[in-house]
Ligand binder design. Structure first.
Ligand code: AFP
Length: 338
């Protein structure tokens, strides 16, 4: 008899019933998002067979060319979430402004933000990509939802997660009681708990950064990376390995699994002075997950989760992963300002 596995539904009922960590509406929200990620995984898996690779010949609010799967994934998440009565509104990397729940549906108290398909540049070369989502509670009990309703710091997230569409399809989730990993049983179509309470080692020998941007980095970043590259002959006294998938979900999942430090710093380029990654639906959800697993997440000058948002699509500098490395990077930034 195969060992009895815990499904996502059982896990969420447990979190609602005994851990009292979530309300029924939040349980419904997460189940709906998880089901949407299964639908995205099916489309990603079809690829060329369904003629859905390549460009959609449209641009998103970021001025980036949208891939067909970017648009499909966004539509799947929108359609799955607008009728359930659990949301006050949604926001997406792929949409200029937020999406209010149509009046024909009941509204709830949660705000859902997502990057429907992160790592789009990897779609056509068959490298792991994913979905990132963040859940906030709307503070506008009475008033209509506006863009300002979404501009809450990451500390106010009530849930966050990501799906990885890779050799296996994974859903990694936190509702504030640790980080838990579910693997999609493709035969049964169910998410099965395969790792509870993921922990990030405080030290590491592995770093992730796009080295081609080196000439643009600020001095603290250059100092930190130069020391890693000197290895055991330098001040760190040990050799480091480098990885860069260019899908944040894949790089972060590696760090969740075996430690490491992920960096996408802002740099001297006018287009990158604020950073590359988006705060509300990339950095914040990943930072909550990393902190819930004992890691750290910093802009270099402050905890990412403390950043007070001013714009829905604002970008931010990101250093996250093994705590002792992130703390060192923050210390180098502090020394540079003295
Ligand atoms: P795309 O979704 O446009 O491919 O961007 C992915 C991403 O936002 C993040 O997932 C990666 O870590 C990062 O950009 C990769 O950026 P570079 O292509 O500049 O290395």
């Amino acid at each position: 008899m195969a060992p009895r596995r815990t499904t996502l539904t059982q896990f969420l009922v447990e979190q609602q019933r005994s851990a009292r960590a979530i309300k029924p509406e939040l349980r419904l929200l997460i189940e709906v998002v998880a089901r949407a990620c299964k639908a995205i995984a099916v489309n990603v898996g079809k690829g060329a067979l369904a003629g859905i690779l390549g460009s959609n010949d449209t641009e998103n609010v970021q001025g980036e060319v949208q891939k067909k799967l970017d648009v499909i994934s966004n539509e799947i998440l929108m359609e799955a979430n607008e009728w359930g009565g659990h949301l006050a509104g949604m926001a997406s990397e792929e949409m200029e402004t937020f999406h209010e729940i149509p009046n024909r549906y009941p509204k709830g108290e949660y705000l859902l933000l997502f990057d429907p398909l992160d790592g789009s540049s990897n779609i056509d070369v068959n490298v792991s990509i994913g979905t990132i989502f963040s859940v906030l509670k709307s503070s506008d009990e009475l008033g209509p939802v506006t863009e300002k309703s979404f501009l809450l710091p990451g500390t106010q997230q009530v849930a966050a997660g990501y799906a990885v569409y890779g050799p296996t399809t994974l859903l990694v989730l936190t509702v504030g009681t640790g980080v838990h990993c579910f693997t999609l049983d493709r035969e049964m179509g169910s998410w099965v708990l395969t790792q509870s309470n993921m922990r990030i080692p405080e030290d590491t020998k592995e770093f992730a950064i796009n080295m081609s941007n080196m000439r643009h980095w600020d001095p603290p970043v250059k100092r930190y990376i130069d020391e890693l590259l000197l290895g055991e002959t330098g001040p760190r006294g040990k050799n480091f390995n480098m990885r860069w998938v260019a899908s944040m979900v894949a790089d972060v999942h590696r760090i969740m699994t075996r430690g490491g430090v992920f960096m996408y710093p802002n740099d001297q380029r006018p287009t990158h002075r604020a950073g590359h990654l988006r705060l509300m639906y990339e950095a914040n959800p990943m930072s909550l997950i990393v902190e819930q697993a004992g890691g750290a997440a910093s802009t270099g000058s402050e905890r990412i989760l403390d950043v007070r948002p001013s714009k829905l699509h604002q970008r931010v500098s990101v250093f996250l992963g093994s705590k002792n490395e992130v703390d060192r990077i923050a210390a180098y930034h502090a020394e540079a300002t003295k």
